[in-house]
Design a protein around this ligand. Structure first.
Ligand SMILES: NC(=O)C1=CN([C@@H]2O[C@H](COP(=O)(O)OP(=O)(O)OC[C@H]3O[C@@H](n4cnc5c(N)ncnc54)[C@H](OP(=O)(O)O)[C@@H]3O)[C@@H](O)[C@H]2O)[C@@H](O)CC1
Ligand SMILES: Nc1ncnc2c1ncn2[C@@H]1O[C@H](COP(=O)(O)OP(=O)(O)O)[C@@H](O)[C@H]1O
Ligand SMILES: [K+]
Length: 440
């Protein structure tokens, strides 16, 4: 299941096109917030912080429902409602409204200060008051987004206390899956408020992999051909990962024998790139300063994964036009090839895909997969212990195998990223890149 991801503007369009009124959407958002907070925190005294916009409106609705559910709930605000919807919600809250500057803390703090409408950081006094109330609470629940997070970029516009639970309304926003905001969400839950969220952007879900045909043979399952360079360890990780990710045959061209390669991986002194059985070429892991390997790879018509040092040697993104390529840059390799692109990480990934005609796997703690046709996949959170040398080589090998098995480039890249993250979860915090292979 891939969940759609909508920018703030796309969310407003989806809300406007909903078959029910905005007041009903707010009612559903507020009610689901109350129910989720109660289920998450249990019946503890709550303080709901309401901002001036519709995020604040959700807060007044949630407070009404929490009171109805029997909770001891108070409301504090920094300003009177500024929208008709929020005003109507405020009018239906029959309890007192305290000033946020002087409100006493409560064990359950519900943050309805700002959501997708935040344009600038919270004023310093508000940010520090919010932080103090959060520090005094046992649990912090955020409505739609933690306040201070910019919905489209994932930037923190001011200091944002980390929530324990974030309830996203209607659809995920880019910030739910982009750093640094992603790390402030706590547990992320999506509330269905009845809008049809349709988008070319989505969260990468569990993949459906091609089944192994009953009459399969090693070539029909997919041949990955990797080009070894100066660092044999990296190509051993990639080739091992490809062999464990369902390729029927993994072959490495190398000028000298590589002792670290699994026995199942065939070593050859000869490149043989015209072999029509090659399902995917892999170039880059352990390549070192051998740009001729990339030049050689680009003469082949086979689909290819271009990783690591090979990315730096591409030179011009347009050189890849017409190639059936997947690129897997981390941030340094990305800017080396594409320069400093404007916009959010999502916009940068899409611009890079368009400039190169390749599928771009823009790696990091918030990995994105962008296709030249505008599709964009956001990886679900993966363990930070993936930040260890060699895990990128493993990812390149997984993707090459899936591509060789016949998955289209974008789907293979998304599936590879998802499997890589789950393998790391299974491998646990002490893992090395080598250990990851056993968990694929
Ligand atoms: N639309 C719908 O149907 C539904 C929407 N829903 C909910 O609405 C949320 C979006 O609501 P929204 O668009 O009203 O924006 P919101 O995040 O409340 O903030 C905007 C307000 O804050 C102000 N402001 C901004 N930054 C500020 C700052 N630093 N410091 C101080 N003020 C600041 C800004 O003022 P201005 O910038 O105009 O001066 C404006 O008054 C969304 O996240 C979801 O929770 C759900 O109920 C489902 C139905
Ligand atoms: N903090 C993190 N959280 C989750 N995943 C991470 C984190 N840091 C790195 N990763 C993942 O680990 C891999 C590292 O790849 P890369 O930077 O190419 O390393 P190497 O070149 O050493 O193999 C990428 O898949 C990246 O998305
Ligand atoms: K909020």
């Amino acid at each position: 299941m891939s969940r759609p991801i909508l920018t703030a503007a796309a969310m407003r369009r989806a809300e406007a096109a909903a078959p029910v009124g905005l007041d009903l959407l707010m009612e559903r958002a507020g009610q689901s917030l109350a129910e989720a907070a109660l289920r998450f925190a249990g019946p503890m005294p709550a303080l709901v912080l309401c901002g001036p916009g519709n995020n604040g409106g959700d807060g007044y609705v949630a407070a009404r429902h929490l009171a109805k559910l029997g909770l001891d709930v108070r409301v504090a605000t920094l300003a009177e409602p500024a929208t008709d919807l929020a005003r109507a919600a405020r009018e239906q809250w029959t309890g007192r409204v305290e000033a946020l500057a002087t409100a006493e803390p409560a064990p359950l703090l519900i943050d309805c200060l700002f959501g997708t409408g935040l344009k600038r950081g919270l004023e310093a006094s508000l940010a520090s008051r919010f932080k103090a109330l959060a520090a005094s609470a046992s649990l912090l629940v955020a409505a739609d987004l933690p306040s201070g997070v910019e919905a489209d970029s994932g930037a923190l516009l001011s200091d944002v206390p980390a929530a324990d639970l974030t309830l996203a309304f209607g659809a995920l926003k880019p910030a739910h899956r982009l750093m640094p905001a992603m790390a402030r969400m706590g547990r992320l839950v999506l509330a269905d408020i009845g809008i049809a969220a349709d988008s070319q952007w989505h969260e990468i879900g569990a993949p459906v992999l091609p089944a192994i045909a009953a009459d399969a043979h090693k070539y029909s399952r997919g041949l990955v051909h990797a080009l070894a360079g100066t660092m044999p360890g990296a190509i051993a990780l990639s080739a091992g990962a490809a062999a464990r990710s369902g390729a029927g045959y993994v072959r490495v061209s190398t000028s000298k024998p590589i002792a670290a390669l699994p026995l199942a991986v065939v070593q050859t002194g000869d490149a043989k790139l015209s072999d029509p059985r090659i399902g995917c070429l892999l170039v880059g892991p352990g390549m070192g300063d051998l740009p001729q390997l990339l030049t050689l790879a680009l003469t082949s018509h086979a689909p290819k994964v271009i990783d690591a040092d090979a990315i730096r040697h591409v030179g011009e993104p347009a050189r890849l036009k017409g190639q059936d390529a997947i690129l897997t840059p981390h941030a340094g390799e990305f800017s080396a090839l594409f320069g400093e692109l404007p916009g959010t990480k999502a916009e940068q990934a899409l611009a890079a895909a368009e400039a190169s005609g390749a599928v771009i796997v823009f790696k990091g703690a918030d990995t994105l997969v962008a296709a030249p046709d505008g599709r964009l996949g956001f990886a679900p959170p993966a363990p930070a212990w993936l930040a260890t040398a060699g895990t990128g080589d493993v990812l390149a090998g997984i993707i090459a195998a899936l591509r060789a098995r016949g998955m289209p480039a974008f789907e293979a890249a998304c599936a590879g990223v998802w499997l890589h993250g789950r393998a790391a979860e299974r491998a646990g915090p002490t893992m090395t890149a080598d250990d990851l292979l056993a968990h694929l």
